[in-house]
Write a protein that binds this ligand. Structure first.
Ligand SMILES: [Zn+2]
Length: 396
């Protein structure tokens, strides 16, 4: 049975063809390609029985009314923007699976005791303006208008790009929702990690989205960096769910027979528990200082970014688990290392996520892949979840 997945996978491929760069998938915030992809999604939403349109910041929003118009809504969705040279499932799978589920309800003539809204968020990745989560923050009412001054690589400001797109910077505040309009936000997403594949499981339920601490580090003077990288590896192996990455490393002068005199690198520490992350950051920075003191080299640590972890609401994850179990799959609980729109919305509404296994754990890469069977079982679990959804206030 691939009744939901065949449409989802066809639409995934259609969106993957809408790219700023020929031969690879790049579709960033407020480009002509963003517009075209959004228009295609709006068309599919309308086919599924939803009222759909772009909002003032470029999110695609579709609404399927419940038994009477204007009811609070179960929110579903993910993002439609990509990184450069992206995979085709990251973000899009969540939006298209949600539309397929609504289409199935419409096909059966089913109206639920709540509305459903599906979001195709405009700017989760932040690849064009280094912004990230702009669309979901606008919905949550936490979009920072100063972001409109951010410029892309060609010097175009976000505000100008938004006007050119047909959006309205002055109306972004009106995009923000009130808490009582939403019952929950549930995002289906590919795992972007290898856990489900390693366990032989197609679906997982997310317990929390990891918090992250990111630093730019510079060591001036001979050597010292190798010890640092080993320190990060050793410290992060001490706690389960703690991930440390030195993703960028440059050494100057960069000659094979010269010990580098200046080394710059990035440090990214993530954990589902904020206390675990902070303790690791403290230990690593202290260890770094000790190494640099011992070696007589100069250390400069610049914090870049820090955000706390986002817990998924237990009352929602319990319902996601039941929906997964109903597919004959044992639900595997796991944290999300990567960030998602759910983080931005969690300040407004309780959130939950379900993960679909991806091949080799690869994401942000053209090799990103999922199977038709997993797409089907993911969408079927989401549909089961929607049909059985019990809002928090309605529970005993
Ligand atoms: Zn994503």
């Amino acid at each position: 049975m691939t009744s939901l997945a065949s449409a989802i996978m066809r639409q995934v491929d259609e969106l993957a063809a809408i790219s700023e760069e020929p031969g690879l998938l790049t579709r960033t915030f407020l480009t002509a390609q963003h517009k075209r992809a959004g228009e295609a999604v709006i068309g599919w939403m309308r086919d599924a029985g939803m009222a759909a349109a772009f909002d003032a910041i470029g999110n695609v929003v579709g609404r399927y009314e419940g038994r009477s118009p204007g009811l609070p809504a179960l929110w579903l969705g993910s993002h439609l923007d990509t990184v450069r040279d992206a995979g085709r499932y990251d973000g899009m799978l969540g939006v298209l699976s949600a539309i397929a589920c609504v289409g199935a309800l419409k096909h059966e003539g089913v109206r639920l005791p709540f509305a459903i809204e599906v979001f195709g968020f405009a700017d989760e990745e932040g690849a064009r303006f280094q912004s990230a989560l702009s669309g979901s923050r606008a919905i949550a009412g936490t979009f920072d208008p100063a972001s409109l001054e951010k410029r892309d690589g060609d010097g175009v400001s976000m505000g100008d790009a938004l006007r050119r797109f047909g959006g309205d910077p002055a109306a972004i505040a009106t995009v923000g929702r009130r808490a009582e309009q939403a019952l929950a936000y549930v995002e289906l997403h590919i795992e972007q990690g290898p856990v489900l594949e390693a366990k032989g499981m197609p679906l997982g339920v997310v317990t929390a989205i990891a918090g992250a601490s990111r630093y730019a580090i510079e060591i001036a003077g001979k050597a010292g960096h190798a010890g640092t990288v080993l320190l990060v590896e050793k410290r992060c192996a001490e706690a389960p769910g703690l991930v440390g990455t030195v993703g960028r490393l440059s050494a100057m002068p960069g000659a094979v027979n010269v010990i580098p005199g200046l080394v710059r690198f990035s440090l990214d520490i993530r954990a589902a528990e904020d206390g675990v992350r902070r303790a690791a950051v403290d230990d690593i920075l202290r260890g770094l200082e000790a190494i640099c003191r011992r070696r007589g080299v100069q250390l400069d640590v610049g914090p870049i970014h820090e955000h706390g972890s986002t817990a998924c609401a237990p009352w929602i994850t319990a319902q996601i688990e039941r929906a997964i179990a109903a597919q004959g799959v044992t639900p595997l609980a796991l944290p999300s290392g990567a960030g998602h729109d759910a983080m931005a919305l969690a300040g407004l509404v309780d959130v939950g996520m379900l993960f679909v296994r991806c091949k080799g754990g690869i994401s942000h890469n053209p090799a990103e892949a999922i199977s038709m069977e997993d797409a089907e079982i993911g969408a079927a679990a989401l549909l089961r979840f929607i049909r059985d959804f019990a809002p928090k206030s309605a529970r005993a």
